[in-house]
Design a protein around this ligand. Structure first.
Ligand code: ADP
Length: 466
């Protein structure tokens, strides 16, 4: 639809507005140039005529004036000087004027000396515009001023005609230009309409659809490619979201079913105190697990929405990891696992958020203890590289198969779902750990060998290490 806000209309208006001053300036300029060149032509003609009068005087010498008078009385009109000329003496007295010029009742010519620059001017004493040219000449010892004249009627008419031509052709030209702009922009914008139509047809139900890309390598092709790339990203995140919701519901359903089954089974008949307590313990265990899962889901949802940005402050990793090691030792001991902490004596400062960093290392330590059998060893190491603090969690546990390593940080991914659930895993720990490390401008990597053990390494940039 074309409105006054449409790009087509605006381009046409811009064509019109930007061409208008240029064309008007061109028209005024050419009118002035035309006028100047016509004046130049007339002045040259006047000079030529004054030369004719001068030659007449040179040929006749002192008899020139009387002869002129005589010729005038005999002949009808003189061809001399185009019939329009006057002769003044050195004192500015009119010696002679042709009858045709007498009708114009002209003012006296300026007194000019021979060799002086001729003087040209417009005059219209009797209403008819004429151009006058005056020149000083010397004949024998006497000095005269010759004044010749040329009517300006046809000159004025030509100039008016030319002006009228410009006044009509400039607006017509401007309208043609605007129309051309309108047409050209219409052609250029036609792919936009197509992009519009196709984009309108894309919704949540057909996110796989893409816009067709125009062939010419222009801005519209770039726009279509950009929009397609955006659709790709939207599709990906919608798919991820759908997958996440499906996985989350699935994960929540299992403990809820267990709780429901336990309650229903217990209520089926009279139970002893011991049986009731057993059922309640089972229900409580599942409730705890569900609540941990919901906490993690919430945490991930906030991370995804971007509202859970960490407030980074300076943190001393040495003392934080010392505290983690202290609380990990009893857990490891309970499972008959040896826990070794190889930390630095000096503080190591990084930018992070205390609670989140604790969560990250608790996830890694928990996993290491969870997936390491009795008599194994878990080592927590802290070392320093030129620009990074390096934290390693090395265990002698069950390890992770090479083909599973790329999935280890995916949400809900677990090498062994049943086993992980049995030991209280949600499949979300490592994805949260990765998110925290990245929020602190760091990274987390893993190397592992099945039945040998795993090594999780966290790199966090040291403060002032840039
Ligand atoms: P979970 O709650 O199941 O432990 P995580 O996201 O923390 O979830 O870990 C994902 C999966 O990665 C685990 O289920 C387990 O299969 C594997 N994994 C994590 N840490 C270790 C480890 N130290 N040794 C062996 N496997 C591990």
């Amino acid at each position: 639809m074309i409105t006054i806000f449409s790009i087509r209309f605006r381009i046409a208006a811009w064509y019109f507005l930007s061409a208008a001053p240029i064309l008007i300036a061109l028209a005024v300029g050419s009118w002035i140039a035309m006028r100047a060149s016509m004046y130049q032509g007339i002045d040259e003609e006047l000079f030529r005529k004054s030369l004719g009068v001068e030659q007449y005087f040179q040929a006749r010498g002192d008899n020139a004036i009387p002869e002129l008078q005589k010729e005038l009385t005999n002949g009808p009109e003189l061809p001399l000087g185009g019939g329009l000329f006057q002769i003044y003496d050195a004192q500015g007295k009119l010696l002679f004027e042709s009858p045709a010029i007498a009708r114009h009742n002209l003012r006296i010519a300026p007194r000019l000396m021979p060799g002086e620059k001729p003087v040209y001017r417009d005059s219209a004493p009797s209403g008819t515009r004429v151009r006058l040219g005056a020149r000083g000449i010397q004949i024998n010892q006497s000095i005269f001023t010759i004044q010749v004249a040329e009517p300006l009627r046809s000159f004025d008419e030509s100039l008016t005609d030319f002006g009228q031509l410009l006044c009509i052709s400039i607006p017509v030209l401007l309208l043609l230009l605007a129309a051309a702009g309108f047409w050209l922009s219409g052609r250029a914008m036609s792919p936009v309409e197509q992009i519009n139509r196709e984009a309108r047809a894309i919704g949540a139900d057909n996110l796989t659809a893409r816009l067709s890309v125009p062939k010419p390598r222009d801005e519209l092709q770039t726009l279509s490619l950009t929009l397609n790339a955006m659709l790709e990203r939207i599709e990906l995140s919608v798919n991820r979201l759908t997958q996440f919701t499906a996985d989350a519901s699935h994960e929540l359903r299992a403990p809820l079913t267990l709780i429901q089954t336990a309650a229903e089974y217990t209520l089926r008949r009279e139970r002893t105190q011991e049986e009731l307590l057993d059922a309640l313990r089972k229900i409580l265990r599942e409730t705890n697990r569900t609540s941990a899962l919901v906490d993690r889901l919430l945490e991930l949802a906030r991370a995804d929405s971007g509202t859970n940005q960490l407030r980074l402050t300076s943190i001393d990793l040495t003392s934080l990891l010392n505290e983690i090691a202290v609380s990990a030792k009893p857990l490891a001991r309970k499972k008959h696992i040896k826990f070794k902490a190889q930390l630095q004596p000096n503080p190591i400062y990084i930018l992070g958020e205390d609670a989140s960093l604790r969560e990250l290392f608790v996830i890694l330590v928990d996993n290491a203890i969870k997936y390491t059998p009795k008599m194994g060893t878990v080592t927590l190491k802290l070392s320093q590289e030129p620009t990074f603090a390096v934290i390693e969690l090395i265990d002698t546990g069950i390890g992770i198969a090479q083909e599973n390593l790329p999935h280890i940080f995916d949400r809900f991914w677990r090498a062994d779902k049943v086993r992980s659930r049995e030991i209280g895993g949600t499949g979300l720990g490592l994805s949260i750990a990765k998110w925290i490390a990245e929020q602190c401008n760091g990274s987390i990597t893993v190397t592992s060998t099945l039945e040998v053990g795993s090594n999780f390494t966290v790199h966090l940039p040291l403060i002032n290490s840039k």
